[in-house]
Design a protein around this ligand. Structure first.
Ligand code: ADP
Ligand code: MG
Length: 592
């Protein structure tokens, strides 16, 4: 290797994490001291001494659940007061504040827990490569928003890495499956069902470049849900279960779930399970599938929506690849086969594909791999608030990143000295229905209404992090702000946002019509009043009465909050005041 330090690729998973590096031009995954490549993303805090990470911590999960933290990735970006997972350790967080983990009287941010996992991977890699490792590529679910990406980057930095790039998991997986070797314009679906997240992405290969046509998914859907359903179902059939037995039962059932991917039935044996009694049961694949089916079924709608967004039908796809340990389950493969009407590609180890791809991406960055460029897309639209609380989209949803886009804005009020740039994410027409990402003020020279010229530019870098630039084009004064404030996004929230935007499309349109019509009325009414004061006496009584009636209609529609009627009333008032407007112009000409 060259004198510069190598870049490692890391899959920081909800359930399991892996690390890899390029070796003689090949991506390889690195094993730890116990010769294992999969590291459970679990941290145990003993009463004294350093925290345990990985397999050692996972073993403590059953023995000391309150001091063993798992699935921390699910908490990244989560706020207090939202529905939280039923975890065995304590969570704290005031309503609206970031959720924190509480163990042994100390509080940790979720990314601090992730940092401990990354630190272990870093140490393992250092041992395997024989030197300090300081640069990394880390993957995140495609649905992670800006704040969650930032938090992941922070986790990497806390672990001592310079994070060279944040990459979407499905995109990394596509690289690992060697899709760059497919023919030009090939289209591929990446189906990733892990422990905690589900992602579906549609990619197109374009002259050696991966382009993500669409992404969809649910960051709260995965093997964990199947485990929970299996445990609940199983408990119904065992009487008088003591709570301490829960953790042991879980371990046994998850192991049974794994075996049932390869066997038709399996035995569950728990010695001395309820006091002196041992528990021995047979679990069949059919029984597992009965509880898992409704959960796996939830992936279908996301797949269909991703196809729809990419404007493709299943027949247009050239390949479907499987990613995530849970896709080992035959039932999942049946679903994928049915939805996409083709045999899925299973040539890679599904729980290693993301890490392998992250490693290839690391190789691309360090120059060890050439001829591939990765492109990703934005999961939700980004924009700013304009007059009347309307969302003005600057970067639409599913745009390919990195991307730069901008628009010019002006002042709504004469003499205004500053403009508030409110950055918002979401699909709804009104800003109040979307998520605020942050806001800042740009000062400019006072100007008559509509004369200020403020350019606003959004730039999303290759890691999916948003930078907002606002510039007064007259003076050149500008501000650049990186959006770091945490977004109020629970895991289902992105999904809900998309559903609501469809559900409320009609309402939203009429809201938008009303807001726009009201802006027009707000200009029209004072203008008519002023014109009447100046040239009113020159009109006859019929004309004056008609104008008064039209004004009353506009006011009534305003009060009723009705968009279309207000629009019509504005037009009618405009027409009724035509002659008044002409008179005013004539007077102006006479005067001068
Ligand atoms: P993540 O990306 O969330 O860290 P992984 O890709 O490592 O997750 O997948 C973990 C999930 O895969 C867990 O729910 C685990 O139970 C499940 N899993 C692992 N192996 C198997 C298997 N042989 N059959 C069924 N599910 C499996
Ligand atoms: Mg994963």
């Amino acid at each position: 290797m060259s004198s510069t330090s190598p870049i490692v690729g890391i899959d920081l998973g909800t359930t399991n994490s892996l690390i890899g590096a390029m070796d003689a031009g090949f991506p390889i995954l690195l094993a730890d001291a116990e010769d294992e490549r999969l590291t459970p993303s679990v941290v145990h805090f003993p009463s004294t001494g350093e925290p345990l990470v990985g397999r050692a911590a996972a073993r403590m999960r059953a023995l000391d659940p309150a001091n063993t933290v798992y699935s921390a990735k699910r908490l990244i970006g989560r706020r207090g007061g939202e529905a939280t997972d039923d975890v065995s350790y304590a969570l704290v967080g005031e309503r609206g504040a970031a959720v924190r983990v509480q163990v042994r009287g100390r509080e940790y941010a979720p990314e601090e827990i992730s940092a401990l996992v990354l630190k272990k991977l870093r140490a393992d890699a250092g041992r395997a490569l024989g030197g300090e490792v300081t640069r990394a590529v880390i993957t995140v679910p495609a649905y992670f928003n800006d704040a969650q990406r930032q938090a992941t980057k922070r986790a990497g930095e806390l672990a001592g890495f310079t994070v060279e790039r944040i990459v979407n998991e499905p995109t990394a997986a596509a690289l690992a499956y060697g899709l760059d070797k497919l023919g030009d314009r090939s289209k591929v679906a990446v189906f990733d069902l892990g422990g905690g997240t589900f992602d579906i992405s549609i990619l197109e290969l374009n002259q050696g470049v991966f382009q993500v046509l669409s992404t969809n998914g649910d960051t709260r859907l995965g093997g964990d849900d199947i485990d929970a359903a299996l445990i609940a179902d199983f408990r119904l059939r065992i009487s008088d279960l003591v709570p301490e037995a829960d953790a042991r039962l879980r371990e046994a059932l998850v192991a049974a779930k794994h075996r049932l991917s390869f066997e038709d039935e399996t035995r569950i044996e728990l010695p001395f399970f309820t006091g002196a009694e041992s528990l021995v049961r047979t679990l069949t694949r059919a029984e597992l599938e009965r509880v898992a089916r409704p959960i796996v079924e939830r992936t279908r709608a996301h797949c269909l929506r991703a196809l729809h967004d990419a404007k493709l039908s299943p027949a247009d796809l050239d390949e479907v690849i499987l990613v995530g340990g849970q896709t080992r389950m035959p039932l999942v493969r049946d679903f994928v086969r049915a939805i996409f009407q083709r045999e899925p590609n299973v040539s890679q180890n599904p729980d290693e594909a993301v890490a392998l791809g992250a490693t290839i991406q690391a190789g691309i960055l360090s120059g060890a791999v050439q001829n591939v460029v990765l492109l990703d897309v934005t999961p939700l639209s980004l924009g700013i608030e304009t007059f009347g609380g309307l969302m003005n989209v600057i970067i639409p949803r599913n745009s390919t990143i990195p991307i730069k886009a901008g628009e010019m804005f002006t002042n709504a009020v004469a003499g205004q000295r500053a403009m508030l740039i409110k950055v918002v994410q979401g699909e709804r027409e009104l800003v109040r229905d979307n998520w605020p990402l942050g806001e800042f003020e740009l000062e400019f020279e006072p100007a008559p209404k509509g004369h200020a010229r403020v350019g606003v530019q959004f730039e999303i870098d290759a890691s999916g992090i948003l930078h907002v630039l606002a510039r007064d084009t007259k003076t050149g004064a500008q501000k650049v702000v990186e959006m770091t404030s945490a977004v109020d996004v629970s895991d289902e929230a992105v999904e809900k946002m998309l559903e609501e935007s469809l559900e409320h499309a009609f309402e939203d349109m009429s809201d938008r019509v009303f807001v726009e019509a009201k802006l027009k009325s707000d200009e029209l009414l004072p203008a008519v009043r002023q014109a009447l004061a100046q040239a009113g006496p020159e009109l006859d009584t019929d004309e004056l009465a008609l104008i008064a009636q039209r004004v009353a209609e506009v006011e009534a529609a305003l009060a009723a909050g009705a968009g279309q009627p207000l629009k019509r009333a504005n037009t009618a008032l405009d027409e009724a005041t035509q002659r008044l407007a002409t008179l005013l112009i004539e007077r102006a000409l006479r005067v001068s």
